[in-house]
Ligand binder design. Structure first.
Ligand code: ATP
Ligand code: MG
Length: 333
């Protein structure tokens, strides 16, 4: 079975991305069920909202170093940059032509992000983003796609597009299932625990970046918005801030929420937050150490060159079939 997933270089990777995505990739790379493992940098997705050119380049490279620093092993994983595999754009276009505007307008991410970009303009790409994401997946015939809860809706659309294409043109794509890990599927913003933590949040206090200074990380957790009650208890409805911190701590310590509630039943919020901060730092500090060893090494390019060749090899085989089925260009055998 083949595995594929990616992260956008739209900022610096957050604790949410790590817990909801990258950490799972690292665990799954050793799962024998996956005979082929691909992880990419979704740079074409990142430009659905305005990006500064230099920042984008920096973030692309940084994301690759973060993948490796978090433990992705290039001996097991092909790491590549989405824009270096043109078949993604090609299939994205074909799928766009088989999707409906109404389907895309219903997507929560589109609604949220278009709201945020009212003043600088909402790009067409922001609306059609899910068809490119569908292409990222369908090009590689993957059965199982690990996504955070926030991407579940996009994966459902991917399934719809795959089924529609298969019905119209004959069996072409594998219809993929979502793989959502139970714990920490969605880490919330530290400033507004009803919103998800996002690396593109204009307010950096809402997220913990994996490259934040250790003292900044501690400060952000200590000033995370919580309720006026004093009990450390998981209650998503009434205590979303504390519940989010419990989830974060559970993910960073491998202790269950129940265990943590028991440990902190007589503690105040300050003590609890102090421990959450230390738990997060103990996860992030070693990643940072490896990251700074890697960021300026030639090794990153070697990894990306291999990944690019391999992904192009797979994607080009698939896109050739799709082109034939749709009737584009000249018929090939
Ligand atoms: P952006 O704000 O630019 O959309 P993002 O933080 O949402 O950035 P993505 O690149 O869109 O990150 O998503 C990368 C991966 O991280 C996806 O698998 C997504 O499901 C996961 N993810 C994103 N945010 C969270 C979160 N808050 N909690 C858990 N997983 C998350
Ligand atoms: Mg996102």
């Amino acid at each position: 079975m083949r595995f594929i997933s990616g992260v956008q270089p739209s900022g610096t990777i957050t604790l949410g991305n790590y817990i909801g995505a990258i950490r799972n990739f690292v665990l799954l790379q050793d799962d024998p069920k996956f005979t082929d493992f691909l992880v990419f940098v979704a740079d074409m997705h990142a430009i659905t909202v305005p990006q500064n050119k230099e920042e984008l380049r920096k973030n692309i490279k940084s994301l690759v170093a973060i993948y490796l620093a978090c433990g992705l092993d290039p001996k097991k994983v092909h790491i590549f940059i989405q824009s270096e595999v043109p078949a993604h754009a090609m299939l994205g276009w074909i799928l766009q032509c088989n999707g409906y505007i109404g389907e895309l307008e219903r997507m929560t991410q589109y609604k949220d992000k278009s709201q945020r970009h009212q003043t600088d303009g909402v790009s067409v790409g922001l609306l059609t983003y899910p068809s490119l994401m569908a292409a990222d997946i369908l090009l590689y015939d993957t059965d199982l796609v690990p996504v955070g809860q926030d991407q579940k809706q996009h994966l459902e659309l991917t399934r719809t597009l795959a089924e529609r294409f298969n019905n119209k043109y004959g069996e072409t794509f594998v219809v993929p299932d979502a793989y959502i890990s139970k714990a920490g599927a969605k880490i919330m913003s530290l400033c507004d625990p009803t919103k998800k933590m996002s690396k593109s949040d204009p307010n950096p206090k809402g997220y913990i970046s994996l490259l934040d200074d250790i003292n900044v990380i501690k400060k952000k957790i200590k000033s995370a918005i919580t309720d006026l009650d004093t009990k450390v208890k998981y209650d998503k409805e009434n205590k979303p801030g504390i519940s989010n911190l419990l989830t974060i701590m559970s993910c960073c310590t491998n202790k269950s929420i129940e265990e943590l509630e028991e440990i902190y039943k007589d503690s105040n919020y300050a003590t609890f937050k102090e421990d959450v901060a230390n738990a997060v730092v103990s996860v992030i500090e070693p990643i940072q150490k490896k990251y700074y060893e890697l960021i300026n090494s030639k090794y990153l390019d070697e990894v990306l060159d291999e990944g690019k060749d391999y992904a192009n090899y797979l994607a080009n085989k698939k896109i050739a079939k799709v082109i034939n089925k749709v009737g584009l260009g000249r018929k090939t055998k």
